[in-house]
Design a binder for this molecule. Structure first.
Ligand code: MG
Length: 384
């Protein structure tokens, strides 16, 4: 029986993790979990899953819940997350937290010799170097849950990393893939949130529309697969049937295909190297007579270009880009800025905040904070 600590249980990935666990209740058991502020969702989860450790975001919620569920220990906030991943139980931590907040729990879980199933790409984008060092030091394995990276991970099985010519990360193109930049000027939050292929959380859906998501995935791939940026390519593939590919030096290309269902990457991260049945939909080839591919234009999608630039320079820039993006996306969701301002703000943060080539972990955390403050101040300054 594999014991799972699930961080971010109320989100899209968290809920699908619970579904996977329910399908294989003889093999997996969730022993601790966290949610943010969605207490009603937590209560639904607790009807089905028996755990004795739960972390929520706010102390107030934790105190209230402790009275309602006397058999469960409730912790809260950042320290609560660190407490969960430090418990003696738990073989693997599924990290489905939102954004940069996932970094410290990942590092702490690794210290406690727990394997990681990572859906939280911002962890690797901002703190990839520290995560890698910790994985090595504590002899722990990290499995990708991002669909593209899971696809690459699957394609690499049985092949040596040194024979890889390049990774080809596919992109659906997001909600606005058929719009020109001119047409993006007045798009609404609602339009941005309607992704053509995938049903996901709000932050990642906006990131898909700006193509920042693909940029973050390029950095994520760099750390996961230990490859230089010159060997990481992207391609637009609107059908989302091919989840990504690996090209080898003998010209062979391996691809992983299937319906867009995040439960497969989640399950594979939990069952690796085994494959178990999944009650998902099989690909219906009668619906896909043609698959389409086109290069992603760096002019049309400047966030992708920026991500490569930031990845190459490294240091604290990925943390600045990521922190600025998280802040800007929130401002867009709150309808305080327009869609194209997300890009402007992220560019400004990357090019105006102080660059450090070799930051410590504390300096990376500081860069994230400064980027958020910078973006919010720029927007407040404009509105005053
Ligand atoms: Mg992805």
């Amino acid at each position: 029986m594999k014991e799972i600590i699930l961080l971010g249980a109320s989100g899209s990935i968290g809920q699908q993790t619970i579904d996977v666990v329910k399908q294989h209740a003889d093999q997996f058991k969730i022993v601790a979990l966290s949610v943010g502020k969605r207490i009603s969702v937590l209560k639904e989860i607790l009807k089905e899953i028996k755990v004795d450790e739960v972390c929520v975001q706010n102390q107030k919620d934790a105190l209230k819940l402790a009275k309602e569920y006397p058999n469960i220990h409730f912790s809260y906030g950042d320290n609560g997350l660190l407490h969960l991943v430090s418990l003696p139980k738990g073989d693997i931590v599924v990290n489905a937290l939102l954004g940069f907040s996932g970094l410290m729990p990942t590092l702490k879980a690794i210290e406690h010799k727990k394997n990681i199933a990572l859906a939280n790409k911002e962890t690797l984008v901002a703190g990839g170097q520290f995560v890698k060092e910790a994985l090595k030091k504590y002899q722990v394995t990290l499995y990708p849950i991002d669909s593209e990276h899971s696809a690459i991970f699957q394609c690499l099985q049985g092949n040596s990393r040194s024979s890889v010519k390049r990774l080809i990360i596919t992109a659906s193109g997001g909600s606005f893939r058929d719009k020109t930049r001119e047409e993006l000027k007045d798009v609404t939050v609602k339009e941005a949130l309607s992704h053509p292929n995938w049903s996901m959380g709000k932050k990642i859906t906006i990131d898909s529309a700006t193509m920042m998501n693909k940029g973050l995935e390029v950095l994520e791939a760099h750390w996961l697969f230990d490859l230089p940026f010159s060997k990481i390519d992207t391609i637009m593939h609107k059908e989302s049937v091919i989840h990504s590919m690996v090209e080898f030096e003998d010209t062979a290309i391996m691809a992983q295909l299937g319906t867009p269902d995040m439960r497969l990457p989640i399950q594979y991260a939990l069952t690796y190297p085994e494959r178990l049945p999944l009650n998902g939909e099989y690909l219906d080839w009668s619906k896909f007579r043609e698959l389409h591919f086109e290069p992603l234009s760096m002019e049309r999608f400047p966030m992708l270009r920026l991500a490569y630039e930031v990845g190459e320079k490294g240091g604290n820039l990925p943390a600045i880009m990521n922190g600025a993006n998280e802040a800007a996306v929130q401002l867009f969701l709150d309808e305080k800025i327009k869609f194209l301002e997300i890009e402007e703000l992220v560019e400004k943060a990357v090019h105006n905040l102080e660059y450090q080539a070799h930051p410590t972990l504390e300096e990376v955390i500081d860069a994230d904070q400064k980027a958020r403050i910078y973006v919010n101040q720029l927007v407040e300054g404009e509105s005053n």
